[in-house]
Design a protein around this ligand. Structure first.
Ligand code: 26Q
Length: 815
């Protein structure tokens, strides 16, 4: 494809033209949102051309395509990323400057596409960036939620949720394909007849919902491949039921329309927690059915034979949420394509691959049999048959072993176990970090591993280093490129060359200055948002992620209280001043997580307003954590907190983003922290706490006694007592009693489930060690450079390459 190189003048002309044609305005009288839209749509026009060629080429080649099915795509903002990937950043900057437009200011107008809760959704977004950059045809399929993850406000220290109406002002990055809907059917009854020896299945009296695709172009870095993120929106089949309308049942007619369209209304805000809600099940089937129908339509339009599906398409399911894709493909192959069961099952199990993202029992999806039977009768039939056949196979291998068969059955105790359905129906099952994949094999899926040893693999997560380093931390990126060239941008392993410079004091100083500058910028943001003044020369110690007990924000807070007590008790106690930064959303129904947010605020209030400690400690909670906020905080962070209870965090990906930016990690031997430690060496990371094995032993033996620790460790006791003696909240001394009780006495047979007290001492020790090393800049910045140099492995480019080798087998496109 011949593409004319874009010049600054072209950009200027395009922006002015957009202002006129879209808004009837000129530069002089355009509003800021109009300027944002004009610049963004000018850029979009350029993307659309490449997208068109990319699709044409892909059709011609008829090569294998990956479809990544996910309930969540946490994309963040598109504008800046697209500019970077198209190498138009500098030219756009000049063009805007010359037109008198403040590019940085208008970038901030774009709302985040917050169509995800956390790690799983952000991972999907990172994969899309890497797929397009590597020239692989991999497309996302998900839901176009009208409301993304709720906006978080803090009122009096408490989280309040507000709707995230991110589409209110339109979305310049999507193209609605109104003429390419798919129909999705719910409810009704199934009738089966035999005609000429063939099974004919009818679904009668169903509710039909129209799925409209909204396509978003995914631009790779310096790549001619533009992939598609296809998000499905629900529409009522008829805009209004005119029958009802005519009879004067105006309200009923409108209500029915609403009922259909509510499906794509809002993202469920639970992360790592299963909520067996009817509407959630509807969402799952809605987007999965629409996706699979459109995959097959495209496949057949290209003249392919249905028997070759697995050669031309691989469908990856992001956790179990899209698991209904397996019976849905079976339904289409059998009921619509007329295949027999065996044939259909063979194709299906060669087409699906499944990634597990969590071992927490409360996050493993199970659906009541009755619910699926009612809402998706034909899908229920098929799952039932899959289960029957699977159990028969088990019986042949283990006759009379009811225990094993009962444990492994997909349907048991009136529930359908989605992970089991995924394992049986996929050709590949993987965990997201070494430890996690081992836990899958040895623990939660061990029975399945025994019968399918080859299915189970590991693919350690990664993050796009272009968004999170090149773009989020441009000055650091420049320092790196100055030393080792820019090859690292597309070949992350080249970062390794930076290790030669780890002792180089000029580089060390340069990185220090960049960090300081980033901290100054963050300090301004903090002051503006919270009215708290923080010192950019203090250590910025950051704990940003979803609020969950296993992520142990509480351990961090108890340690802050411990430091505060030290400063109060001993005027000679010295430490480098530290600013603790938190940001986290709690699921709206997760009471304890919300209470921990309140505790962070109460402790922050107490400490930040105590002038006797000379600003040695500051505690900040930034509200409404989201991708664009992470991009501001991470480059300004010295210490990255990754302190989950070992064995609980499948991988973590924030840990990788910090490492890329040269922060040092204080972390447990959990998830990908273990591999980060292997990559940088134990001298360059601060590891503390129990191992996953030790935790598993305590749990198994039931011999962990936090009360004894509470009695023995007087400093810890002081901190815990302060939770309930009015020290923090004199007016309401009882607000945190629940947290105290859970740690010290427990409830429902569970005391300190997450081993906060047990890890407290080693956590304090490791923090003191980090403090000491920070005082020696040569040591600190050497470690920082070693972290950056070894972060190449944690790029999602590597992850995607690995999936491609082990699972997808896609061909790389070169134009
Ligand atoms: C399930 C059923 C009903 C409602 C909600 C859910 C649900 C929603 C989101 C269950 C789980 C999630 C999210 C899980 C998640 O984000 N897991 C994270 O995945 C990351 C990417 O692999 C890992 O790095 C994290 O360790 C893991 O916690």
């Amino acid at each position: 494809m011949l593409k004319k190189e874009i010049q600054v003048e072209d950009i200027k002309n395009a922006i002015e033209l957009k202002l006129q044609t879209l808004f009837g305005r000129t530069l002089k009288n355009a509003s800021k949102p109009q300027l944002y839209k004009a610049v963004a749509t000018a850029l979009r026009d350029d993307i659309m051309k490449t997208w068109a060629y990319s699709k044409e080429k892909s059709l011609e080649e008829n090569g294998k395509q990956l479809y990544y099915l996910s309930m969540e795509f946490l994309m963040g903002r598109f504008f800046h990323n697209n500019l970077t990937n198209l190498i138009l950043e500098e030219k756009a900057e000049i063009a805007c400057n010359e037109l008198g437009i403040d590019l940085e200011e208008i970038r901030e107008i774009e709302p985040d596409a917050g169509l995800g809760n956390g790690g799983l959704g952000r991972l999907a977004a990172c994969f899309l960036d890497s797929l397009a950059t590597l020239g692989l045809s991999g497309h996302g399929n998900g839901i176009r939620y009208e409301y993304g993850l709720f906006k978080q406000k803090i009122l009096d220290g408490y989280q309040v949720e507000m709707p995230d109406s991110w589409l209110e002002d339109g979305n310049v990055w999507e193209v609605a394909k109104l003429e390419e809907p798919e129909m999705v059917y719910f409810g009704g009854i199934v009738e089966k007849t035999m005609e000429n020896g063939k099974l004919v299945v009818w679904q009668k009296n169903c509710q039909c919902v129209k799925a409209i695709p909204y396509d978003v172009p995914i631009v790779g870095y310096k790549s001619d491949v533009v992939n598609t993120l296809r998000l499905w929106g629900a529409r009522a089949i008829k805009p209004l039921d005119m029958g009802l309308f005519g009879k004067g049942q105006y309200v009923d007619a409108l209500a029915e329309k609403e009922l259909a369209e509510v499906i794509s209304k809002v993202l469920y805000p639970e992360d790592n927690h299963e909520e067996g809600k009817y509407l959630r099940l509807k969402q799952q089937y809605f987007f999965v059915s629409a996706s699979i129908q459109s995959i097959i339509r495209k496949f057949k339009n290209a003249g392919n034979d249905i028997h070759d599906l697995h050669e031309k398409a691989v469908i990856h399911i992001n956790d179990t949420h899209p698991a209904l894709g397996i019976p849905e493909l079976m339904r289409i192959l059998i009921d619509q394509e007329g295949l027999g069961w065996e044939e259909a099952w063979d194709i299906t199990t060669k087409t699906f691959a499944y990634t597990n993202h969590t071992t927490l029992p409360e996050a493993l999806e199970k659906w009541p049999e009755e619910l699926i039977k009612q809402l998706l009768p034909r899908i229920y039939d098929i799952i039932h048959e899959i289960n029957e056949r699977f159990c028969r196979k088990l019986w042949d291998a283990h006759p009379y072993d009811w225990d094993t068969i009962g444990k492994m059955a997909i349907i048991s105790h009136g529930e359908i176990h989605m992970a089991k359905l995924c394992i049986v129906g996929s050709f590949s099952v993987n965990g997201v970090a070494k430890l996690h994949s081992e836990i899958l094999k040895k623990d939660i899926f061990r029975d399945f591993y025994k019968i399918y040893p080859k299915k189970f693999i590991n693919v350690t997560n990664g993050v796009t280093h272009r968004r999170f380093l090149l773009r989020a931390n441009p000055d650091l990126a420049k320092s790196i490129t100055k030393r080792i060239g820019d090859g690292w941008v597309t070949d992350s392993f080249q970062l390794k060359k930076l290790e030669d410079f780890c002792q180089d004091t000029t580089l060390q100083e340069e990185i220090y200055k960049t960090r300081k500058h980033n901290k100054e910028e963050l300090a301004k943001y903090i002051l503006n948002k919270t009215n708290i003044k923080v010192d950019p020369t203090s250590i910025f110690d950051t704990h940003i992620k979803r609020l969950h007990e296993y992520k142990r924000q509480l351990l961090n807070v108890l340690h802050i209280m411990y430091l505060y007590n030290k400063l109060l008790d001993n005027p000679n106690y010295t430490m480098h001043p530290r600013t603790f930064v938190f940001a986290a959303k709690a699921a709206p129904g997760y009471h304890k997580a919300k209470l921990i947010i309140k505790l962070i605020h109460s402790v922050a209030d107490k400490i930040n307003n105590d002038s006797t400690i000379n600003d040695q400690l500051k505690v900040v909670f930034l509200e409404n954590y989201r991708v664009s906020l992470a991009e501001k905080i991470i480059p300004a962070t010295d210490i990255s907190k990754q302190i989950s209870t070992a064995g609980k965090e499948a991988s973590g990906t924030g840990n990788m983003k910090f490492m890329l930016n040269g922060a040092l990690t204080i972390g447990t031997l959990d998830g990908a922290n273990i591999e980060i430690k292997e990559a940088v060496g134990s001298d360059n990371i601060f590891i503390f706490g129990l191992t996953a094995e030790e935790i598993a032993n305590y749990t198994k033996e039931n011999n962990y006694n936090p009360y004894e620790i509470y009695q023995r460790d007087s400093e810890l006791k002081q901190v815990l007592d302060q939770l309930i003696n009015g020290f923090i909240e004199p007016e309401h001394p009882d607000v945190f009693r629940e947290l105290y009780n859970d740690l010290v006495y427990g409830h429902g047979g569970c005391i300190d489930q997450y081993f906060v007290l047990k890890d407290f001492e080693s956590y304090c020790y490791i923090n003191a060690k980090a403090d000491e090393i920070y005082k020696n800049p040569k040591k600190w910045w050497r470690k920082s450079i070693i972290n950056i140099a070894n972060a190449g492995y944690f790029s999602s480019d590597r992850t995607v390459e690995e999936y491609n080798e082990k699972v997808w087998n896609l061909k790389k496109y070169t134009f």
